[in-house]
Design a protein around this ligand. Structure first.
Ligand SMILES: O=C(O)C(=O)CO
Length: 273
């Protein structure tokens, strides 16, 4: 086993961002990838014009790549926000308005994984109120995902870079996964295991894999320190992915790292060809 045995997809919201959005799918294809994933690309709009959705769909189709993952609207990301679904008021409404738009767009491209970022804590708002709202919205999202045959992903981020985000450990995110599944009875909520975020939180990665591989619906990687390509830091990513495979995870592994001081197309030299 090793990197050559993994199915990697490129995250087009962190790699190839030097290119306009509509050029990124073709750039990923030119770099040899068959699959891509995206954060919600319209940070100011949960409900963009149909023409914008159509243009992105065409760019993905024309490039001949599969969209394997899509984040729901998450506020300004990149930027200070980390999701909208637990933020009372306008942001929650924007998330709700986005649910069917994101699910419809995913379905139109055969994408079967939707990632719902939880949202930051808001000063002056009771965390219990935010958690209750989050559960309501995640249930709506899980049902929408189920209607298109998709899973709903819930991700742990890292505390140093996302200090107001409450899900900063694998157990915290998996706890939410379990609550959503218990409420819907659908079983389609899954953990998004981002090894970079977990390592930034100081988690024991082999132990997290052993405990949570069976509830993991998607994996993302970057090296640590630096959130760069594998080999630029000190994480034993090849071994960790092997361990995930042995534990039964055979899904996509998202490359969600920064290319560094080079064009993204040159940031894949660690990959065996
Ligand atoms: O914000 C991040 O780092 C993410 O991984 C979003 O999916």
């Amino acid at each position: 086993m090793g990197f050559a045995d993994q199915r990697f997809n490129v995250n087009l919201s962190i790699l190839f961002t030097e290119l306009p959005l509509l050029e990124r799918p073709a750039a990923a294809a030119a770099a040899g990838f068959t699959a891509v994933e995206l954060w919600w690309p319209w940070v100011d709009s949960p409900t963009p014009d149909q023409s914008e959705l159509d243009a992105l769909r065409k760019a993905v189709e024309d490039a001949g790549v599969q969209l394997t993952g899509l984040n729901f609207y998450a506020g300004r990301l990149p930027g200070p926000d980390r999701g909208a679904l637990s933020i009372p008021g306008e942001e929650s409404e924007r998330f709700r308005a986005n649910i069917d738009v994101a699910a419809g767009f995913a379905a139109s491209l055969g994408c079967t994984a939707l990632n719902a970022l939880y949202g930051n804590r808001v000063q002056g708002v009771d965390p219990a109120e935010q958690d209750a709202l989050a559960l309501e919205n995640l249930v709506l999202a899980a049902r929408a995902a189920d209607r298109i045959g998709a899973i709903l992903l819930i991700e742990a981020l890292n505390q140093p870079e996302s200090p107001a985000y409450p899900l900063v450990s694998a157990p915290a995110a998996v706890g939410v996964v379990d609550k959503v599944n218990d409420t819907t009875g659908l079983g389609n909520a899954r953990f998004l295991m981002d090894l970079y975020h977990l390592s930034m939180n100081g988690e024991d990665l082999p132990q997290a894999i052993e405990r949570y591989a069976a509830r993991t619906g998607h994996v993302q990687i970057a090296d640590n320190p630096g959130r760069g390509a594998p080999g630029t830091g000190s994480l034993p990513l090849e071994d960790l992915l092997d361990q995930l495979n042995k534990a039964g995870y055979d899904g996509w592994v998202g490359l969600e790292y920064k290319p560094g001081d080079r064009p993204s197309a040159e940031a894949f030299d660690w990959l065996p060809r």
